[in-house]
Design a protein around this ligand. Structure first.
Ligand SMILES: [Zn+2]
Length: 303
C-alpha cells in the first residue's frame, strides 16, 4: 500500500514536471534569422512565432491580422534593432496590448546590441524620409555578426528563464562553434572579393562588404528607402564606370530589372543576394544565407 502511494506521488511529481516543461516561453521573432537562431538556442523550452516571411522588405513587412494575437501573448519579442522594423513593428507591438514587448521595454530585444555599427550619420535627418538614422541596421547580412546576434538572443532567454540557463548556454556554445567554422570557411572562399568595387540597390550590404573587404561605391537608392531617380542613376553610372565597379547587388524584395539594366550600362553584373533567411526557398538557416550570398557574389565575379 505504501509503495503504491509512493508510486502515485512520484507520478504526480513527474506529471507536474511535464507540465512545467510544456509551459514554454512565447517568443516572437520579427524576421526568420532571429527565429532560426532562437530555435537553436531555445529548443523545446520556447514556442516560436516568426512575423516576416523572408521574401519581403524587412523595413516594410505588411501587417497581417495574425500578428496581433502572437504579439499579445509574447514573453519576448526579438528584433534586429537600429530601427530596422521601425515602420511596422513598434505600432503593432503597441496595438497588441502587451506592455512587456513594446519598444524599449524589457521584452523588446535588439539582436544588434553591442555590434560595431556602420554608416552612423553625422547628422540625423529622418525628416527627409531617411531610414537608418542611427547606423546601418542590416547587421544580419554580415557573417561577422552572427555570433553576437546568437549571444544576445541567448542572454535574453537566460534573463527571462533562469532555470534554463545551462540549457541555453550549452546550445549557444554548440551553435556558435558551428557559426565560427562557417565564417572561417566563408572568409577563405571569399578572398578574391577583397578590394572589389560594388554598388547595391539599398544600403543593406555594408556589413557584408566590410567582412569581405569590398568597397561600396554607392547605392541605386539616393537615400535608404528613397526610390532611384534618373538624375541620381546617371551620376552613379558615371562613377561606376570611372571606378570599374564589377557587381550591382540587389535583394529578394527588389525588382531585378532596374539593377540589371544599370549593370549592363556600366559593364558590370547584377546579382541577387538575400538580406534575410527565407529570401529564397533553399535558404533555411543563417549559415545557408551566408553561403548563398557568397556563392552569388562569386558567380557574379566569375569570368
Ligand atoms: Zn535598410
Amino acid at each position: 500500500m505504501k509503495l503504491t502511494l509512493k508510486f502515485l506521488l512520484l507520478l504526480v511529481v513527474l506529471m507536474m514536471a511535464g507540465q512545467l516543461s510544456a509551459a514554454e516561453i512565447k517568443v516572437v521573432a520579427s524576421i526568420p534569422d532571429l527565429g532560426v537562431m532562437a530555435t537553436r538556442i531555445g529548443g523545446d523550452r520556447i514556442d516560436l512565432k516568426v512575423l516576416a516571411s523572408g521574401r519581403e522588405d524587412l523595413h516594410g513587412v505588411p501587417a497581417r491580422p495574425s500578428f496581433i494575437p502572437k504579439l499579445h501573448k509574447a514573453d519576448l519579442l526579438l528584433t534586429l534593432g537600429l530601427d530596422a522594423e521601425h515602420s511596422w513593428l513598434p505600432a503593432l507591438a503597441a496595438e497588441a496590448r502587451n506592455p512587456r514587448i513594446m519598444e524599449d521595454r524589457e521584452g523588446w530585444i535588439e539582436a544588434c546590441e553591442g555590434a560595431e555599427f556602420l554608416d552612423v550619420p553625422g547628422v540625423i535627418s529622418r525628416a527627409e524620409g531617411e531610414q537608418h538614422a542611427e547606423g546601418n541596421p542590416h547587421i544580419n547580412v554580415g557573417p561577422q555578426n552572427g555570433r553576437l546576434m546568437a549571444e544576445n538572443i541567448a542572454y535574453a532567454l537566460m534573463d527571462f528563464d533562469p532555470d534554463g540557463a545551462d540549457f541555453y548556454e550549452e546550445n549557444l556554445a554548440i551553435y556558435t562553434a558551428e557559426l565560427d567554422a562557417v565564417v572561417a570557411d566563408l572568409k577563405d572562399r571569399g578572398g578574391l572579393l577583397a578590394g572589389q568595387k560594388v554598388i547595391s540597390y539599398h544600403a543593406d550590404i555594408s556589413y557584408l562588404a566590410q567582412f569581405y573587404g569590398m568597397e561600396v561605391i554607392g547605392t541605386l537608392e539616393p537615400k535608404p528607402g528613397i526610390e532611384p531617380t534618373a538624375r541620381h542613376l546617371a551620376e552613379l553610372a558615371r562613377e561606376a564606370k570611372a571606378q570599374g565597379v564589377k557587381l550591382i547587388i540587389f535583394n529578394q524584395a527588389q525588382p531585378a530589372k532596374l539593377p540589371g539594366k544599370f549593370a549592363k550600362k556600366v559593364g558590370a553584373r547584377s546579382v541577387m543576394m538575400g538580406n534575410m533567411v527565407g529570401a529564397v526557398s533553399d535558404v533555411k538557416t543563417w549559415q545557408q544565407l551566408q553561403q548563398y550570398n557568397l556563392e552569388k557574389l562569386l558567380e557574379g565575379m566569375a569570368p
